[in-house]
Design a protein around this ligand. Structure first.
Ligand code: MN
Length: 211
């Protein structure tokens, strides 16, 4: 079926993240799970005021709304947004932490290694399904974890990078060993360029608001 939302293109080939994430995992995760969130969202928003909103607007408009329909819309819109963000948080080629982002990481965590350790802990300690995030609040970096479809963006927090810790993200490759998946992804796949772009966007937003 069609609707206002489409599955964003995967920013790399399905086998590009091997061996850390297999093409088989991408096959299920992107083509099945992510696609299903998109299809379900399209079905849910049909004929509602949400059909004309951007994805971010839907997430912010429905967060905390306990109505049955709004909860479903929030869960699926959140998951579409989170997965778009996750694929962009990963890079098949090494990226380098540099410039303003590197300075901010060193100021707020000490060094990249300490940041990665915090992300690993957040991912490990997220009980059940969810996400680990590097976020920026007024330029100050921190690590957060969220359950299920929740995203710090829903409450207006600027997200820099995320790691999916739902079982579907790692079970085919690592079975129950979430910490191993986290170790591989955090060591080999984080896209620092994407994180730096997101930090820059916040700067521009702050400047635009001040003008
Ligand atoms: Mn997922």
């Amino acid at each position: 079926m069609t609707g206002p939302f489409t599955l964003s293109p995967l920013p790399f080939d399905a086998d590009a993240l091997e061996p850390a994430i297999s093409a088989r995992t991408i096959g299920f995760h992107y083509h099945k799970h992510h696609q299903t969130y998109v299809d379900t969202l399209n079905r849910l928003v049909e004929g509602t005021r949400y059909a004309d909103m951007k994805l971010e607007e839907i997430v912010r408009a429905t967060v905390g709304n306990t109505g049955e329909k709004e909860t479903k819309i929030f869960n699926n819109a959140g998951q579409v947004w989170n997965h778009d963000f996750y694929w962009n948080s990963l890079s098949p080629v090494p990226t380098i932490l540099s410039g303003k982002l590197k300075q901010a990481v060193e100021r707020d965590f000490g060094d990249a290694k300490a940041l990665i350790k915090e992300l690993a802990t957040a991912g490990k300690e997220q009980f059940g399904s969810g996400w680990a995030w590097l976020v920026s609040k007024g330029g100050k970096l921190s690590v957060e974890k969220t359950p299920n479809a929740m995203t710090p963006m829903a409450k207006g927090t600027n997200c820099l990078i995320t790691v999916d810790v739902w079982e579907h993200a790692y079970y085919l490759d690592y079975q129950n060993e979430r910490p191993k998946y986290l170790e591989e992804v955090l060591k080999n796949l984080l896209n620092w360029n994407f994180a730096a772009e997101n930090l820059d966007k916040e700067d521009h937003a702050v400047r635009d608001a001040a003008e």
